[in-house]
Ligand binder design. Structure first.
Ligand code: MRU
Length: 344
């Protein structure tokens, strides 16, 4: 990749600051668990898999701090786990990564802080490597769904910036392009945070993948004109019945695709599937600050004091999803059975 989203330096986590892309490419240093927690909360790093990987390294930093300060490591680990879990409620990869690190921590001795730090560091590196592998596998499965000459609509950023590397939805596009297919991407700008305009367009252009930026309200007209052959989005959490929580606006794209008989694909690693959640109505949806809606890049665009509703995600019902691409293959309806099969 031409850039790194997350870079582990052994005692510091470096994160590409996504709040200031594409204007500046700046790696922000997170030397402790507190700064990692803050980075997730303030969206220095975002995207479900990237948040999970970042949290895993945050937990390593908590234990390394205990080693340096010669303090018992477990209370610092548990505090960091609780703080990280309270950052963003929707993307299940965060909880998946914290659980995985916590299950390992439960097997480690209280009396060997350095040993615990080493073992947890190895696990966090494995979580990173696993994410890259999974994205490549999803890419290989998903690329078969695209034909040369297709224009693909995407919403938000489900690329290398949202994962350890390669991406989920954009991973499928990368794999199709690598297989020699000519793919063009329509990029929804993705109000209010502009993940599409600021991040997806930036990373596609870095890879020389042809793309065209549109505002969110243009998608319907493109679909009506027959300019889009497929939509591919990522996911923050997939319920046991196949309902998909993803960036606000995704549901609208799915409805439009249904109306125009265009396939609507979701790229979701197994770590994004939450079989404990029965359906999408039970997925917690994060609400974010009103400023994200009333301001554009720091400039007010709405009257002071206006009431604002700013849910960061919506839920697309499974019936609108043509297929869910996972690292274990392409799942089709009925999703309940298909999801049970891969989550065993
Ligand atoms: O609020 P964000 O930017 O973290 O939301 C990100 C998304 O909705 C992505 O589509 C999703 O996390 C999948 S990323 C592979």
């Amino acid at each position: 990749m031409a850039f790194k989203t997350i870079e582990w330096k052994g005692d510091t986590l470096m994160l590409l600051d996504q709040r200031i892309l594409p204007i500046k490419e700046f790696m922000r240093s997170c030397p402790d668990a507190g700064s990692v927690t803050e980075a997730i909360k303030t969206m220095v790093v975002r995207g479900a898999p990237a948040i999970g990987v970042t949290a895993a390294f945050g937990l390593v930093l908590a234990v390394q701090a205990a080693v340096r300060r010669k303090r018992p490591w477990r209370p610092l680990f548990l505090k960091a786990a609780a703080d990280l879990a309270a950052t963003r409620p929707t993307a299940v990869n965060l909880f998946w990564a914290i659980d995985r690190m916590s299950r390992l921590a439960a097997t480690l001795s209280d009396d060997d802080a350095a040993g615990a730090a080493d073992r947890l560091e190895r696990e966090a590196k494995q979580i990173y490597a696993h994410d890259v592998e999974v994205n490549k596998a999803m890419g290989a499965h998903g690329a078969r769904l695209l034909k040369s000459g297709d224009s693909v609509l995407t919403h938000c950023n489900a690329g290398a910036l949202a994962t350890a590397e390669y991406g989920t939805a954009l991973g499928i596009i990368r794999a199709a392009v690598a297989a020699g297919k000519k793919i063009h991407v329509f990029v929804d700008e993705t109000r209010p945070w502009l993940q599409g305009a600021r991040l997806t367009a930036w990373e596609l252009m870095k890879d020389d993948i042809p793309c065209t930026l549109i505002t969110d309200n243009m998608a319907a007209s493109l679909l009506a004109k027959g300019l889009v052959q497929a939509a591919i989005v990522g996911a923050d959490r997939v319920a046991a019945n196949g309902d998909v929580a993803n960036k606000i606006g995704t549901y609208g794209v799915a409805v439009l695709c249904k109306a125009h008989k265009v396939p609507f694909y979701v790229a979701s690693p197994i770590s994004t599937i939450d079989p404990k959640i029965k359906n999408g109505a039970l997925i917690p949806i994060e609400e974010r600050d009103a400023n994200e809606v009333t301001h554009l890049m720091g400039t007010r665009i709405a009257p002071a004091g206006v009431r604002v509703y700013n849910p960061a995600f919506d839920v697309t019902p499974a019936r609108l999803v043509t297929a869910i691409v996972t690292e274990k293959g392409v799942l089709k309806s009925p999703y309940g059975a298909a999801i049970k099969g891969v989550c065993r």
